[in-house]
Design a binder for this molecule. Structure first.
Ligand SMILES: C[S@@+](CC[C@H](N)C(=O)[O-])C[C@H]1O[C@@H](n2cnc3c(N)ncnc32)[C@H](O)[C@@H]1O
Length: 242
Protein backbone atom coordinates (compact mmCIF):
# COMPACT_ATOMS: atom_id res chain seq x y z
CA UNK A 1 0.00 0.00 0.00
CA UNK A 2 1.42 3.43 -1.04
CA UNK A 3 1.51 6.32 1.45
CA UNK A 4 -0.60 9.38 0.53
CA UNK A 5 2.58 11.21 -0.52
CA UNK A 6 3.85 8.28 -2.65
CA UNK A 7 0.48 7.98 -4.30
CA UNK A 8 0.42 11.70 -5.18
CA UNK A 9 3.92 11.45 -6.67
CA UNK A 10 2.97 8.29 -8.57
CA UNK A 11 -0.14 9.98 -10.00
CA UNK A 12 1.93 12.97 -11.14
CA UNK A 13 4.27 10.63 -13.04
CA UNK A 14 1.31 8.78 -14.59
CA UNK A 15 -0.31 12.02 -15.67
CA UNK A 16 2.95 13.18 -17.29
CA UNK A 17 3.38 9.82 -19.01
CA UNK A 18 -0.12 9.79 -20.54
CA UNK A 19 0.19 13.42 -21.54
CA UNK A 20 3.44 12.59 -23.38
CA UNK A 21 1.99 9.61 -25.28
CA UNK A 22 -1.38 11.26 -26.09
CA UNK A 23 -0.53 11.96 -29.77
CA UNK A 24 0.07 8.27 -30.58
CA UNK A 25 -2.24 6.72 -27.94
CA UNK A 26 -5.12 5.75 -30.26
CA UNK A 27 -2.86 4.46 -33.02
CA UNK A 28 -0.96 2.23 -30.59
CA UNK A 29 -4.16 0.97 -28.99
CA UNK A 30 -5.38 -0.30 -32.38
CA UNK A 31 -1.99 -1.63 -33.41
CA UNK A 32 -0.94 -3.39 -30.22
CA UNK A 33 -4.36 -4.96 -29.59
CA UNK A 34 -4.87 -5.85 -33.31
CA UNK A 35 -8.13 -3.87 -33.18
CA UNK A 36 -9.51 -5.85 -30.21
CA UNK A 37 -9.71 -2.70 -28.06
CA UNK A 38 -12.75 -1.55 -30.07
CA UNK A 39 -14.56 -4.80 -29.20
CA UNK A 40 -13.56 -4.53 -25.49
CA UNK A 41 -15.08 -1.06 -25.17
CA UNK A 42 -18.24 -2.12 -27.03
CA UNK A 43 -18.57 -5.07 -24.61
CA UNK A 44 -18.25 -2.65 -21.67
CA UNK A 45 -20.98 -0.39 -23.06
CA UNK A 46 -23.20 -3.44 -23.76
CA UNK A 47 -22.77 -4.36 -20.07
CA UNK A 48 -23.57 -0.81 -18.98
CA UNK A 49 -26.89 -0.90 -20.93
CA UNK A 50 -27.23 2.88 -21.24
CA UNK A 51 -30.81 4.14 -21.40
CA UNK A 52 -32.47 7.30 -22.61
CA UNK A 53 -32.46 10.19 -20.10
CA UNK A 54 -29.51 8.87 -18.10
CA UNK A 55 -26.45 10.78 -16.95
CA UNK A 56 -23.29 8.67 -17.16
CA UNK A 57 -19.67 9.16 -16.18
CA UNK A 58 -16.59 7.72 -17.90
CA UNK A 59 -13.68 7.97 -15.46
CA UNK A 60 -10.10 8.07 -16.82
CA UNK A 61 -11.70 8.68 -20.21
CA UNK A 62 -8.40 9.39 -21.97
CA UNK A 63 -9.10 10.08 -25.64
CA UNK A 64 -12.79 9.40 -24.93
CA UNK A 65 -13.46 6.11 -26.73
CA UNK A 66 -15.87 4.66 -24.13
CA UNK A 67 -17.71 7.97 -23.72
CA UNK A 68 -17.97 8.24 -27.52
CA UNK A 69 -19.27 4.66 -27.83
CA UNK A 70 -22.00 5.46 -25.28
CA UNK A 71 -22.85 8.74 -27.02
CA UNK A 72 -22.87 7.13 -30.48
CA UNK A 73 -25.59 4.69 -29.37
CA UNK A 74 -27.99 7.36 -28.14
CA UNK A 75 -27.02 10.77 -29.50
CA UNK A 76 -29.01 13.54 -27.79
CA UNK A 77 -30.93 11.07 -25.61
CA UNK A 78 -28.50 10.90 -22.68
CA UNK A 79 -25.52 12.77 -21.25
CA UNK A 80 -22.01 11.41 -20.78
CA UNK A 81 -19.19 13.17 -18.98
CA UNK A 82 -15.63 11.99 -19.57
CA UNK A 83 -13.19 12.90 -16.81
CA UNK A 84 -9.40 12.55 -16.87
CA UNK A 85 -6.47 14.35 -15.28
CA UNK A 86 -4.43 14.57 -18.50
CA UNK A 87 -5.23 17.66 -20.56
CA UNK A 88 -3.50 16.43 -23.75
CA UNK A 89 -5.62 13.23 -23.63
CA UNK A 90 -8.78 15.32 -23.16
CA UNK A 91 -7.78 17.56 -26.08
CA UNK A 92 -7.67 14.49 -28.35
CA UNK A 93 -11.07 13.42 -27.01
CA UNK A 94 -12.48 16.89 -27.76
CA UNK A 95 -11.42 16.69 -31.42
CA UNK A 96 -13.11 13.28 -31.78
CA UNK A 97 -16.33 14.52 -30.13
CA UNK A 98 -16.54 17.48 -32.51
CA UNK A 99 -15.68 15.35 -35.54
CA UNK A 100 -18.58 13.02 -34.70
CA UNK A 101 -21.00 15.85 -33.92
CA UNK A 102 -21.54 14.54 -30.37
CA UNK A 103 -20.81 17.76 -28.48
CA UNK A 104 -24.36 17.93 -27.10
CA UNK A 105 -24.13 14.36 -25.75
CA UNK A 106 -20.53 13.97 -24.55
CA UNK A 107 -18.83 16.54 -22.31
CA UNK A 108 -15.34 16.50 -20.84
CA UNK A 109 -13.92 17.64 -17.52
CA UNK A 110 -10.43 17.62 -16.14
CA UNK A 111 -10.31 15.88 -12.77
CA UNK A 112 -8.72 13.18 -10.68
CA UNK A 113 -10.32 9.74 -10.29
CA UNK A 114 -9.44 9.64 -6.60
CA UNK A 115 -11.19 12.95 -5.93
CA UNK A 116 -13.96 13.29 -8.51
CA UNK A 117 -15.36 16.80 -8.98
CA UNK A 118 -19.01 15.64 -8.75
CA UNK A 119 -21.65 15.49 -6.02
CA UNK A 120 -22.77 12.27 -4.35
CA UNK A 121 -25.43 10.01 -5.98
CA UNK A 122 -25.41 11.86 -9.30
CA UNK A 123 -24.77 9.32 -12.08
CA UNK A 124 -26.87 6.43 -13.37
CA UNK A 125 -23.74 4.57 -14.46
CA UNK A 126 -19.96 4.83 -14.25
CA UNK A 127 -17.42 3.27 -16.59
CA UNK A 128 -13.65 3.06 -16.33
CA UNK A 129 -11.59 1.42 -19.09
CA UNK A 130 -7.93 0.63 -18.46
CA UNK A 131 -7.73 3.50 -16.00
CA UNK A 132 -7.90 2.21 -12.43
CA UNK A 133 -4.72 0.11 -12.74
CA UNK A 134 -2.88 3.42 -13.06
CA UNK A 135 -4.34 5.04 -9.94
CA UNK A 136 -2.08 5.98 -7.06
CA UNK A 137 -4.80 4.63 -4.75
CA UNK A 138 -7.14 2.03 -6.28
CA UNK A 139 -9.33 1.76 -3.15
CA UNK A 140 -9.96 5.50 -3.18
CA UNK A 141 -10.77 5.33 -6.91
CA UNK A 142 -13.41 2.65 -6.30
CA UNK A 143 -14.88 4.62 -3.38
CA UNK A 144 -15.20 7.68 -5.59
CA UNK A 145 -17.02 5.72 -8.30
CA UNK A 146 -19.36 4.39 -5.61
CA UNK A 147 -19.93 7.84 -4.11
CA UNK A 148 -20.97 9.53 -7.37
CA UNK A 149 -23.27 6.66 -8.44
CA UNK A 150 -26.93 6.85 -7.48
CA UNK A 151 -28.54 3.88 -5.66
CA UNK A 152 -28.84 0.90 -8.03
CA UNK A 153 -26.50 2.62 -10.49
CA UNK A 154 -24.08 0.34 -12.35
CA UNK A 155 -20.28 0.41 -12.47
CA UNK A 156 -18.45 -1.23 -15.38
CA UNK A 157 -14.67 -1.56 -15.31
CA UNK A 158 -12.33 -2.93 -18.00
CA UNK A 159 -8.83 -3.93 -17.03
CA UNK A 160 -6.02 -5.97 -18.46
CA UNK A 161 -5.37 -9.39 -16.97
CA UNK A 162 -3.32 -12.45 -17.90
CA UNK A 163 -4.83 -15.56 -19.57
CA UNK A 164 -5.62 -18.34 -17.09
CA UNK A 165 -4.54 -21.07 -19.56
CA UNK A 166 -0.81 -21.63 -18.95
CA UNK A 167 0.18 -22.06 -22.63
CA UNK A 168 -1.71 -18.94 -23.71
CA UNK A 169 -0.30 -17.12 -20.72
CA UNK A 170 3.29 -17.94 -21.74
CA UNK A 171 2.71 -16.89 -25.35
CA UNK A 172 0.96 -13.72 -24.31
CA UNK A 173 3.58 -12.85 -21.68
CA UNK A 174 6.26 -13.16 -24.36
CA UNK A 175 4.37 -10.74 -26.61
CA UNK A 176 3.44 -8.40 -23.76
CA UNK A 177 6.87 -8.22 -22.15
CA UNK A 178 9.22 -8.70 -25.10
CA UNK A 179 7.47 -7.41 -28.24
CA UNK A 180 4.97 -4.77 -27.14
CA UNK A 181 7.40 -2.50 -25.20
CA UNK A 182 9.72 -2.24 -28.24
CA UNK A 183 6.91 -1.48 -30.69
CA UNK A 184 5.39 1.01 -28.25
CA UNK A 185 8.72 2.77 -27.80
CA UNK A 186 9.32 3.10 -31.56
CA UNK A 187 5.87 4.55 -32.30
CA UNK A 188 5.32 6.68 -29.17
CA UNK A 189 8.99 7.74 -28.84
CA UNK A 190 8.47 7.42 -25.10
CA UNK A 191 11.18 5.42 -23.34
CA UNK A 192 9.20 3.79 -20.56
CA UNK A 193 5.41 4.02 -21.13
CA UNK A 194 5.09 0.65 -22.89
CA UNK A 195 7.39 -1.21 -20.52
CA UNK A 196 5.36 0.26 -17.63
CA UNK A 197 2.22 -1.33 -19.19
CA UNK A 198 3.12 -5.03 -18.58
CA UNK A 199 4.59 -4.14 -15.16
CA UNK A 200 1.38 -2.38 -14.13
CA UNK A 201 -0.72 -5.35 -15.26
CA UNK A 202 1.32 -7.87 -13.25
CA UNK A 203 1.08 -5.56 -10.23
CA UNK A 204 -2.73 -5.33 -10.45
CA UNK A 205 -4.87 -7.60 -8.22
CA UNK A 206 -6.14 -10.94 -9.54
CA UNK A 207 -9.70 -11.12 -10.91
CA UNK A 208 -11.02 -12.45 -7.58
CA UNK A 209 -8.88 -9.97 -5.65
CA UNK A 210 -10.26 -7.01 -7.58
CA UNK A 211 -13.84 -8.30 -7.38
CA UNK A 212 -13.36 -8.56 -3.59
CA UNK A 213 -12.12 -4.94 -3.50
CA UNK A 214 -15.29 -3.91 -5.35
CA UNK A 215 -17.42 -5.76 -2.81
CA UNK A 216 -15.53 -4.22 0.09
CA UNK A 217 -16.30 -0.81 -1.42
CA UNK A 218 -19.99 -1.66 -1.15
CA UNK A 219 -20.83 -2.84 -4.68
CA UNK A 220 -23.29 -5.70 -4.94
CA UNK A 221 -23.87 -8.31 -7.67
CA UNK A 222 -20.17 -8.03 -8.48
CA UNK A 223 -19.34 -10.19 -11.50
CA UNK A 224 -16.59 -10.49 -14.04
CA UNK A 225 -16.00 -12.17 -17.37
CA UNK A 226 -12.90 -12.57 -19.49
CA UNK A 227 -12.58 -11.18 -23.00
CA UNK A 228 -10.13 -12.30 -25.72
CA UNK A 229 -8.72 -15.39 -23.91
CA UNK A 230 -8.52 -13.50 -20.63
CA UNK A 231 -6.14 -10.73 -21.63
CA UNK A 232 -8.88 -8.31 -20.57
CA UNK A 233 -11.49 -8.69 -17.82
CA UNK A 234 -14.82 -6.91 -17.68
CA UNK A 235 -16.02 -6.26 -14.11
CA UNK A 236 -19.41 -4.93 -13.08
CA UNK A 237 -21.35 -4.20 -9.94
CA UNK A 238 -24.35 -2.31 -8.60
CA UNK A 239 -24.46 0.32 -5.87
CA UNK A 240 -26.83 -0.82 -3.15
CA UNK A 241 -29.68 1.46 -2.11
CA UNK A 242 -28.38 2.21 1.39
C1 LIG B 1 -4.77 3.54 -20.52
S1 LIG B 1 -5.57 5.08 -20.57
C2 LIG B 1 -7.25 4.63 -20.83
C3 LIG B 1 -8.05 5.70 -21.54
C4 LIG B 1 -9.44 5.30 -21.99
N1 LIG B 1 -10.31 4.98 -20.89
C5 LIG B 1 -9.40 4.18 -22.98
O1 LIG B 1 -10.19 3.25 -22.85
O2 LIG B 1 -8.62 4.25 -23.94
C6 LIG B 1 -5.57 5.57 -18.90
C7 LIG B 1 -6.10 6.96 -18.67
O3 LIG B 1 -6.32 7.11 -17.28
C8 LIG B 1 -5.97 8.41 -16.91
N2 LIG B 1 -5.73 8.36 -15.47
C9 LIG B 1 -4.87 7.55 -14.80
N3 LIG B 1 -4.96 7.77 -13.49
C10 LIG B 1 -5.91 8.74 -13.32
C11 LIG B 1 -6.44 9.38 -12.19
N4 LIG B 1 -6.03 9.07 -10.97
N5 LIG B 1 -7.38 10.32 -12.38
C12 LIG B 1 -7.82 10.65 -13.63
N6 LIG B 1 -7.34 10.07 -14.74
C13 LIG B 1 -6.39 9.11 -14.58
C14 LIG B 1 -4.75 8.73 -17.76
O4 LIG B 1 -4.51 10.11 -17.87
C15 LIG B 1 -5.15 8.08 -19.08
O5 LIG B 1 -5.81 8.98 -19.92
Amino acid sequence: MRTARDSTLFSKQIERMFSAIAPTYDLLNRLLSCGQDIYWRKAAVDRLEPASGQELLDVATGTGDVALEIGRRMPGALQVIGVDFSLPMLERAKVKILRRGLEKTVRLEQGCGENLPFRNNRFDGVTCAFGIRNYGNVVLGLREMYRVLRGEGKVVILEFSLPSNSLLRSLYTFYFERVLPGLGKIVSRHDTAYSYLPRSVSGFPSRDGFAKMMEETGFENVAYRDLTFGIVTLYSGIKNEA
